[in-house]
Design a protein around this ligand. Structure first.
Ligand SMILES: C[S@@+](CC[C@H](N)C(=O)[O-])C[C@H]1O[C@@H](n2cnc3c(N)ncnc32)[C@H](O)[C@@H]1O
Length: 214
């Protein structure tokens, strides 16, 4: 696994600049996110935290699913991304870091994070997953989507090329590199319910569904 990634400030700058162009990634991430939202399936009335909410494209669907009576909160490190989410939704948004969630224990029933953990430094991931578990209620559901290792010949070739580009310029790849998260999720005290890999245009994405055991 590649260990390095970009700093929080570099990520903020990158995603502030990227703005609505982030939605273009839907061409190779869209299918995995649609599947992940199906697996999240938050019912009306529940509380959802969407970490690294981005432009709010998926958040619109989460907001609709929890109505009436629920709340869908979007957190992001990029003020531009939060502005785009606010323009699309009426939900609360929060400028913050995925690694230091500003919420009390058991504040949410569901936590969704798509293509965020793959931007963060490997040494931060164990602590981050413990914090995700802390803010989830007992029995709460975690759904993660990340770039992952290839599972077919084309996807293995694309990931090999991606790693080459990443080695030259992590910033050029938006800090994103492939991850495999099942072990870390288990070590953080979650019960792994499901793992799937979705490949779109040769790009492999891992979907993890886990439950907070505490
Ligand atoms: C690849 S985009 C994914 C956005 C959205 N989840 C999606 O799937 O379209 C990554 C998002 O994570 C945000 N981000 C990056 N580092 C972060 C951090 N440390 N804490 C919270 N959000 C972060 C970026 O600003 C960006 O909006």
């Amino acid at each position: 696994m590649i260990q390095d990634t970009i700093s929080r400030e570099a990520a903020r700058r990158y995603y502030d600049r990227l703005g609505t162009y982030q939605d273009w990634a839907g061409h190779f991430e869209g299918r995995a996110k649609t599947r992940a939202l199906d697996l999240l399936a938050p019912p009306p009335g529940c509380r959802v935290l969407n970490v690294g909410v981005g432009t709010g494209k998926e958040h619109v669907q989460i907001e609709a699913a929890v109505a009436p009576g629920g709340v869908a909160v979007g957190l992001d490190v990029s003020p531009v991304m939060l502005r785009l989410t606010r323009a699309r939704t009426g939900t609360p948004v929060c400028l913050g870091d995925a690694r230091r969630l500003p919420y009390a224990n058991a504040s949410f029933d569901y936590l969704f994070a798509a293509y965020v953990l793959d931007l963060l430094p490997a040494p931060d991931l164990a602590g981050l997953l413990h914090d995700f578990r802390r803010v989830l209620a007992p029995g709460g559901r975690l759904v993660l989507v990340t770039l992952t290792e290839g599972v077919t010949r084309p996807s293995r070739a694309i990931i090999a090329l991606w790693k080459l580009l990443y080695a030259i310029s992590p910033e050029g790849c938006g800090g994103c590199r492939p991850l495999q998260l099942t072990d870390l999720v288990g070590q953080a005290g979650f019960r792994l319910a499901r793992r799937e890999v979705v490949v779109q245009w040769g790009v492999p994405s891992e979907i993890i569904v886990a439950e907070n055991r505490s």
